[in-house]
Design a protein around this ligand. Structure first.
Ligand code: 4AD
Ligand code: MG
Length: 431
């Protein structure tokens, strides 16, 4: 254990001499004073070194360069004009390691590619730090929500023998001579687990070989997928709504500081309350047409269409009853109109696009088998999945929420690339 005091807790140490272990984030100096911005992961504090007080210490401070790792001792005081802001009157500093080269990321503007190539260093910047803190809060909120509502966490495998979300986005690997695919979704396994545990969820990375470069697509992204036995489509919509409201309010409650760093307009997030508007697919098409967009029934919505639909509402909108032809094989048909799926997409406001996809699953064996075949998939690979319809088939439903798009929305980021520590994109595998 280190004897250092986290910067975040300096408020409890006013008047004390404490030790900070961290890095030099920035330095400003005048003839009389050196201001050292120190960061330790928990926060940032300004250390002040006065020449008058200690000339040798002042000289040492004046030599420090950005990202030097340090141990700094000093007495904590509260800023006279800014309550809640603390300073450190530095009494001693030890350089742990001085950078061997000039740090490449300076406070000036850099291009995104330049920064992405140095993502391992860029993570140290204030904005990136704030984004990943919000991400960690969202992840914790997701776990707490399901753990606190009677769900059991069931981990889905990553190597899978079959496609579940279409064959065009599969990453194939060699599994000892047999092809295996990186998981696009844990859903099918959650359906199996729901028959044992009732309410389950999985939460992990999923993979899609998306050939398009968009601001909403990653090759590797995290998805949480609840699945509930004996829950119908209506129950699924209500679960998604309750879940999202909970996540947003938790982030507003606990990550206000980070949202401030990100200059996120929080009023727009406070509007995220139940009930969410619901819009049938056909009405969504009409809405697009009214806005002058060339859309017709049977078309899938692109990212821009989703933005236009969402802009009509101040909170997430649930688009339902898509044509079966646009949906994966496992969707249950609407008994009132078998050409339509009991499926939903939840579109986030402000142009952040689809954050949730889900629905009720086909539970009739013959109908499911026909759908598997119609999608050009091989019945045999789905033997185990078909078993679920042979042995006590049950109505069930669930959904998947993409973590990165949720982070982008809550943080107000245009692109998902900064929502994950080390993004995997069409043209980027490194660092
Ligand atoms: O709508 P999708 O494809 O749904 C499923 O995978 C279902 N099996 C989930 C279920 O019912 N259990 O994906 C769900 C969500 C999307 O709404 C989106 O938020 C996210 O996953 N997503 C992606 N996020 C980033 N990059 C990509 N390439 C994504 N593809 C989907
Ligand atoms: Mg979808």
């Amino acid at each position: 254990m280190s004897a250092a005091t986290p910067i975040a807790s300096l408020g409890q140490h006013v008047g004390d001499e404490i030790l900070v272990e961290g890095w030099l984030y920035n330095r400003r100096g005048s003839k009389a004073l050196q201001f050292l911005e120190l960061r330790d992961g928990s926060g940032i504090v300004q250390g002040v070194v006065a020449k008058k007080a200690d000339a040798a210490l002042f000289e040492a401070a004046a030599q420090l360069t950005q990202e030097t790792s340090l141990r700094v001792r000093g007495v904590v005081s509260e800023h006279p004009k800014r309550p809640g802001t603390y300073e450190l009157k530095v009494s001693a500093l030890d350089v742990v390691a001085a950078p061997t080269e000039e740090y490449p990321i300076s406070p000036k503007e850099h291009g995104v590619d330049f920064l992405m190539d140095r993502r391992h260093l860029w993570l140290r910047s204030k904005r990136q730090h704030a984004i990943l803190r919000v991400r960690a809060e969202i992840v914790a909120a997701i776990r707490d929500y399901f753990d606190g509502n009677g769900f059991t966490l069931i981990d889905a495998p990553i190597f899978t023998p079959n496609a579940a979300e279409g064959t065009t986005t599969l990453f194939e690997t060699d599994y000892h001579g047999e092809p295996a695919y990186l998981s696009q979704t844990g859903q099918l396994y959650m359906e199996a687990a729901a028959a044992s545990f009732g309410k389950v969820y999985c939460f992990g990375p999923t993979f899609r070989a998306e050939k398009s470069k968009t601001r909403r697509h990653l090759q590797e992204f995290w998805m949480v997928e609840p699945e509930v036995a004996f829950m119908d489509f209506e129950g699924d919509l209500q679960l998604a709504e309750d879940f999202l409201v909970n996540i947003v309010s938790r982030v507003l409650d606990r990550r206000g500081e980070e949202l401030k760093v990100l200059e996120r307009e929080t009023a727009k997030l406070e509007a995220v309350q139940k009930p969410f508007p619901r819009l049938r697919y056909d009405d969504a098409v009409k809405l697009l047409q009214e806005k002058g967009i060339d859309a017709k029934v049977g078309d899938d919505f692109g990212g821009d269409d989703e933005t236009v639909i969402a802009e009509a509402f101040d909170r997430p909108v649930m688009v339902t009853h898509y044509p079966m032809d646009l949906k994966a094989f496992y969707f249950k048909r609407d008994p009132a109109d078998p050409s339509r799926a009991l499926g939903m997409d939840v579109l986030a406001p402000e142009g952040y696009g689809e954050i949730i996809g889900g629905g009720q699953r086909e539970d009739d064996l013959a109908t499911l088998e026909a759908a598997i075949t119609a999608h050009g998939l091989d019945l045999e690979t789905f033997d185990w999945y078909r078993d679920l319809r042979k042995f006590g088939s049950f109505p069930h439903a669930g959904f998947g929420l993409g973590v990165e798009r949720t982070v982008a929305w809550l943080c107000g980021l245009k692109h998902v690339r900064e929502t994950v520590p080390f993004p995997r994109m069409l043209n980027r595998l490194r660092p």
